[in-house]
Design a protein. Structure first.
Length: 107
């Protein structure tokens, strides 16, 4: 998977957690990180995706993607976001990634 795929998976995972919690801090991050808002950039606030790319390699193995995502989440230093990501098990993550990657998801 590439960086954008991983970024989108993190967004989906956190969005699912937000649906349950409605946490304001998490909601603000999701608004700024939204990879679907504009067609010409990879997040609503371009600095978020740029920071993400600095911390990840261009390609990521599916087997390593949960750990890479977790390191990125930890780098945000925001307890609410860490707690939200912590609600997703490695198994749920891997299932979600495999479903996403097997679907027509690229534009």
């Amino acid at each position: 998977m590439d960086q954008r795929d991983l970024f989108i998976m993190i967004f989906y995972a956190l969005d699912a957690a937000w649906d349950k919690s409605k946490n304001n801090t998490l909601g603000q991050f999701l608004s700024e990180a939204n990879p679907f808002l504009f067609t010409d950039c990879n997040s609503a606030d371009p600095a978020i995706f740029q920071d993400f790319c600095k911390q990840t390699s261009k390609t990521i193995n599916v087997e390593d993607s949960y750990d890479v995502a977790l390191r990125y989440i930890d780098s945000l230093n925001t307890q609410e976001i860490k707690l939200a990501f912590g609600t997703i098990s490695r198994h749920e993550w891997t299932d979600g990634v495999n479903k996403y990657l097997s679907s027509l998801h690229k534009s």
